[in-house]
Write a protein that binds this ligand. Structure first.
Ligand SMILES: [Zn+2]
Length: 326
């Protein structure tokens, strides 16, 4: 893809839709800050120099760095591009492979003054391999994956290369989805103090994979949107809002629910989670989660309740006028 393809031919400005599909959120913001000058004549420039001037030492430095790292030239890019996953996720993988994903260790290596310790376990430096594979707080996500036969001294890129070489596309996609969701939740924890819930990560991985299969690009609603109170619906005194979420695992048939109660001003009141017996059926899991939430509200003595779910079918049936008495 060329840069010119990212510019709207009518408005002569960045095509935000295309940028969002191709790049990570932070990069979209940075790209949009670059002024577009469609009448400016293109010219060649050397990317590693701020003035665009090539010097022999630049070329030498680049060749030595590629030879030292080894990864970018030896990586099986063709296998990666063949995977049917959204462009922004491919961009995420590309950044992992090139070692430019801003983990704490990477940030420190670029002279950013940060604590390099993993924010989850606080016992090991936050490298890509630790965050995605080794941290005790993510290992449960990989329990069912047959991909843990990786050498202890492999770095993340070595592991990823082996996955691509050994595994079928579906398993590689599962691994990428797991890394992507770990990354998103880790950022939410570090920058927005969101709670780290394994059940929530499993739920998001499952939904992400389903969305990729269906050709959707945004599988999981942003974490912040999951528990935002709609003030118009919640104005009545004594009304509580219950945010529900179900995680269902098709392979084992297990399911879990989580529910958070907030008052009509959006203040946190209580949270609950637990197992579901939903025989691996996602819709049954979502419906049972609503039942669990209503039972919980009844126990608590909450009489005016609004249920929030990210499952469109549940929302449609509960808020619709149709009565199904079958
Ligand atoms: Zn850790």
């Amino acid at each position: 893809m060329r840069v010119s393809e990212l510019i709207d031919p009518i408005t002569k400005d960045w095509d935000v839709g295309k940028l969002t599909r191709c790049f990570m959120e932070r990069d979209v913001g940075l790209i949009r800050k670059i002024p577009v000058a469609p009448t400016f004549t293109d010219s060649w420039c050397w990317r590693d120099d701020t003035n665009g001037q090539y010097q022999v030492r630049h070329g030498y430095k680049l060749m030595v760095s590629v030879q030292d790292s080894g990864h970018p030239v030896s990586f099986a890019w063709k296998d990666l591009w063949r995977l049917k996953i959204p462009p922004n996720i491919l961009n995420f993988v590309w950044r992992c492979i090139h070692g430019v994903l801003p983990t704490m260790v990477t940030l420190a290596s670029r002279r950013v003054d940060v604590d390099t310790m993993c924010h989850l376990c606080k016992q090991h430096p936050e490298t890509l391999r630790h965050l995605f594979l080794d941290c005790i707080h993510v290992q449960a996500l990989w329990d069912s994956a047959p991909l843990m036969q990786i050498a202890s001294d492999d770095d993340f890129v070595d592991c990823f290369s082996k996955w691509l070489a050994m595994a079928d596309g579906q398993i590689v996609k599962s691994c990428i989805a797991a890394c992507w969701i770990i990354w998103k939740h880790s950022n939410a924890l570090v920058w927005n103090s969101k709670v780290w819930l394994l059940s929530s990560l499993k739920h998001d991985i499952t939904h992400t994979l389903i969305a990729w299969e269906e050709g959707l690009e945004h599988a999981v609603p942003p974490l912040s949107a999951m528990t935002t109170v709609d003030s118009h619906l919640c104005e009545e005194q004594g009304t509580v809002c219950i945010f529900v979420d179900a995680s269902v695992f098709h392979d084992s048939g297990d399911g879990f629910f989580r529910a958070i109660i907030k008052d009509n001003a959006g203040a946190y009141l209580a949270a609950k989670n637990g197992p579901l017996r939903c025989i691996g059926d996602a819709f049954l899991g979502e419906a049972m989660t609503v039942k669990e939430a209503l039972s919980w509200a009844k126990e608590r003595g909450d009489n005016k309740v609004i249920i929030y779910s990210d499952c469109q079918i549940v929302c449609r049936w509960f808020s619709g006028m149709t009565r199904d008495l079958s």
